[in-house]
Design a protein around this ligand. Structure first.
Ligand code: ADP
Ligand code: MG
Length: 396
């Protein structure tokens, strides 16, 4: 039986409940039916509208028991519909104006999003859906996590597993890399603007940080080699690429995105937006919140662009050489635009490219482990990405 741990009343017969069951904790929208019974609400039951109304009553930060409600927009909207895409949590679009995301898979705290989003807001970062509000909940041990978030709705938004794959496919088909380069340049500038906005959190990495990064990468290498023959065959070469992580003491770290890849970048109305500041889901909560080198986010984007090209190859009969050229051009343009924009904004020293290749390699190892354990049909991506990355060699 699900157990009700806590509830935040939003309106008559509408509330946000914290519920525990065998699967863990959930933050669920609940509605009270005419017979007085509470049930989980769906889009159309008015709980997302009620949250917007509660947020709009008072902007600022208010605490109610174990809940903290931050409100920035002060706007209401009416008319609920489900977001209609595959997702982990439950999002409801309200009035084509806002998206309410209920954390039906409540993350163990501490949760990285409240601080990262607050820093980005304060810096005036415009490259994310404008945040309207955030509801956090403190568990008995005093650790805070996100129960619900409300963001501006981006009409017709598609993520990079759609827009990047489509652009790469078109470019490899007609030989015009222009649109891919243009998108890569815009996304490079966007990531630089995000990092510049987060630069107030910068600090030097400790020797302990560097050892943790190296140990974590070698742990992934061990797992990947036991699951993937090719990784096992090339173990010493991969290890050579990861070794540099241990020497990163002193490199700058920031409270970066932490889980950046093309799937986190939405395209809407011809503009790109970064989403999802929940941190890397494969890390334990205590590590998910730690600051990272900017190169970790950059590597996540660069490597996922390669993965998008591998997806494009799988679903078309495009010439592999043409695809490889488009892939390389997109990555190069992304990196150049990132560095140029970061320098133009000031904090060029925030980005140390030393660990770029190691973090890209780590990302491929994670894909191997993920595919082997959860999604075997994804394995063609690391199958193709690992030899390609090894062949790229050590950049000069
Ligand atoms: P989950 O963490 O539950 O998987 P996400 O926050 O990653 O949910 O969102 C899932 C999808 O919902 C995104 O890939 C995107 O298509 C859509 N989406 C997310 N935020 C917005 C937004 N502000 N406007 C429009 N669509 C969005
Ligand atoms: Mg996501």
């Amino acid at each position: 039986m699900p157990e009700l741990l806590d509830a935040l009343d939003l309106a008559d017969g509408r509330r946000l409940a914290i519920v525990a069951d065998d699967g863990g904790l959930s933050a669920l929208p609940m509605v009270c039916d005419a017979d007085g019974q509470w049930r989980r609400a769906a889009a159309g039951d008015g709980v997302a509208e009620a949250l917007l109304a509660a947020l709009a009553r008072e902007t600022g930060v208010a605490t109610q028991g174990a809940f903290t409600v931050a409100s920035w927009a002060g706007r209401v909207a009416l008319g609920e519909r489900p977001i209609g895409v595959d997702q982990t949590n439950q999002s409801v679009i309200v009035g084509d104006a806002a998206v309410v995301k209920w954390a039906t898979h409540l993350q163990e705290g501490p949760h990285p999003a409240p601080r990262r989003v607050a820093v980005l807001r304060e810096a005036g970062f415009g490259g994310m859906p404008s945040p309207w509000g955030l509801v956090t909940w403190r568990s008995e041990d005093g650790v805070q996590t996100v129960a619900a978030s409300v963001d501006e709705y981006l009409p017709g938004a598609v993520d990079g597993w759609t827009w990047a794959v489509d652009l790469i496919t078109a470019a490899a088909g007609d030989g015009d890399v222009g649109p891919v380069a243009d998108a890569a340049a815009q996304v490079g500038a966007l990531v630089a603007e995000m990092h510049a906005a987060l630069s107030v959190t910068a600090a030097p990495a400790s020797a302990q940080d560097a050892h943790r990064w190296r140990d974590a990468a070698f742990d992934l290498l061990g797992q990947a080699c036991s699951l993937h023959d090719f990784a096992g065959d090339r173990r010493s070469e991969i290890a050579g690429a990861l070794e540099s992580l241990g020497a990163l003491a002193g490199t700058p770290v920031i409270e970066g995105h932490g889980d950046l890849h093309v799937g986190q970048v939405l395209l809407s109305g011809g503009r790109f937006f970064v989403t999802d500041f929940d941190g890397n889901p494969v890390l334990p909560a205590a590590q998910r919140i730690l600051p990272i080198p900017a190169a970790l986010d950059v590597a996540g984007m660069v490597q996922s662009l390669s993965h998008a090209a591998i997806v494009a190859r799988k679903y078309t009969d495009l010439d592999p050489t043409a695809l490889a050229d488009v892939d390389a051009a997109g990555r190069k343009t992304f990196l150049a635009a990132y560095q140029r924009r970061l320098a133009s904004l000031g904090p060029a020293e925030l980005y140390d490219p030393t660990p770029l290749r190691a973090f890209r390699m780590q990302q491929v190892l994670r894909e191997i482990i993920y595919a082997a354990r959860h999604l075997p049909r994804w394995m063609y991506v690391p199958d193709a990405a690992l030899p390609a990355l090894l062949d790229e060699g050590v950049p000069s």
